[in-house]
Design a protein around this ligand. Structure first.
Ligand SMILES: Nc1ncnc2c1ncn2[C@@H]1O[C@H](COP(=O)(O)OP(=O)(O)OP(=O)(O)O)[C@@H](O)[C@H]1O
Ligand SMILES: [Mg+2]
Length: 393
């Protein structure tokens, strides 16, 4: 579909796209530079350094490492060093040690035929090739935890970290290897000897906070949406949903929410994305509020919820204040001819405990598990139906 009123370039919301700037990963990139950058200056005298990168899903491990690899190669080129960064994904490139090493070698050069070689011979030929061509190599093994888990008997870390023993005592053409995993749990699969050559260089990728996510997504919105198509409130809501459980900071979810909310807004003929588009998408994929939850509420609680849903919709906002919600509640009570409860705040609190309402601060209430419009319609119908039952003896 051509991009139009809402989108400028929706491809930029793909989690496979790596933006130029990677906010909140400057520290990790600079750590990597401090480890490998200095090697370039004295390339004839280096011994390999192994680095481990650890962090939850969607914390930018893959994209940061790829960006770093590009920067290092660029730096090497300026200094006249022929350096290659090869990225291998153990989930994609290697079901076994044989397949993985074969793919690794092919990514470095088509000149080595791996067909009849054992994994050990492949590594040996790779090292010989690098020496002969005066080429240096940095290798990233992504999702290494997946490989060691599925191949607990293949001690690849041993092969990978002891390539120097092919020419003992001589400097190495493989300047380093970066191993990426979700946690350090994969060490349990390693032998003591593997663990010791791997070393202790661990770079942590902490989960992004809501405000960090907001900043990352803000850049993406600028690249992918038309100016003004995504309000501040939409960004707030998407960032909070992404930062909090059950998503816990996986930035891919934030990108997806923006993408699908944008599509929905476009299909409904809007020229901008509203918080309710986000709720609708999120509630549709992650139904955290079920109709059962709502039916189980007592009438007062339902009216409080209805008041919040209306107030959010009327303001097109991600959150509303307690006072706005209370005013809306009074109108709702009037409409349904019910006496407002005195313990309004306790009802709000109870809805928060039930996970139906999100309370960002004492003054900001919101809903993320369902579209406010759908919730409003559902509550209107339900309240009327229950009423009729009471009225008709
Ligand atoms: N700091 C950042 N700045 C901008 N975009 C980012 C940042 N971190 C992640 N992203 C975006 O999120 C996408 C997913 O990140 P990435 O693939 O690096 O996560 P990951 O930590 O490798 O996750 P997994 O453990 O699931 O493989 C990236 O392609 C990029 O579009
Ligand atoms: Mg990854």
């Amino acid at each position: 579909m051509p991009d139009g009123l809402i989108f400028k370039d929706r491809n930029k919301l793909s989690p496979h796209y790596i933006p130029r700037r990677l906010p909140h990963r400057e520290h990790q990139i600079s750590l990597l530079h401090s480890i490998y950058g200095s090697m370039i200056k004295d390339i004839g005298n280096v011994y390999p350094r192994f680095t481990q990168i650890v962090g939850d899903t969607g914390t930018g491990k893959t994209c940061t490492t790829i960006r770093f690899g590009e920067q290092l190669t660029e730096q090497a080129k300026k200094e006249g060093v022929n350096l290659k960064h090869v990225y291998v994904n153990c989930k994609v490139d290697g079901a076994t040690r044989y397949v993985l090493f074969g793919n690794l070698v092919r990514k470095v050069t088509p000149k080595i035929s791996t067909r009849s070689l054992s994994p050990e011979e492949m590594m040996r030929q790779l090292v010989e090739y690098l020496k002969a061509e005066d080429t240096f190599l940095l290798i990233t093994f992504d999702e290494i935890d997946y490989f060691t888990q599925t191949n607990p008997k293949e001690h690849i870390i041993y092969d990978l970290t002891r390539t120097t023993e092919i020419h003992p005592g001589e400097p190495s053409s493989i300047i380093g290897e970066i191993f990426i995993a979700r946690s350090l749990k994969w060490h349990e699969q390693l032998e003591p000897g593997e663990r010791s050559t791997l070393g202790m260089g661990v770079i942590k990728f902490p989960r992004y906070t809501s405000s960090q996510i907001r900043e990352i997504l803000e850049d993406r919105v600028e690249e992918s949406f038309q100016p003004g198509a995504v309000d501040e409130d939409v960004l707030d809501l998407v960032s909070d949903i992404t930062a909090n459980p059950p998503v816990n900071g996986d930035i891919r979810v934030g990108l997806d929410l923006l993408y699908y909310a944008g599509n929905l807004a476009e299909n409904q003929g809007f020229n901008r994305v509203l918080p309710d588009h986000v709720r609708k998408v999120y509630g549709g994929t992650t139904p955290t509020i079920t109709s059962e939850d709502i039916i189980n509420l007592d009438e007062n609680a339902r009216l409080v919820l209805l008041a919040l849903a209306r107030s959010l919709r009327a303001n097109n906002s991600a959150y509303v204040g307690l006072r706005d919600c209370r005013e809306s509640y009074e109108l709702v009570c009037e409409e349904f001819n019910v006496k407002p409860v005195e313990k309004f705040e306790e009802y709000v609190q109870d809805l928060v405990y039930r996970g139906i309402i999100d309370m960002k601060s004492l003054t900001e209430l919101g809903i993320s598990g369902a579209s406010a419009l759908d919730l409003e319609n559902f509550l209107n119908n339900l309240t009327q139906r229950l009423r009729q039952k009471v009225d008709e003896p």
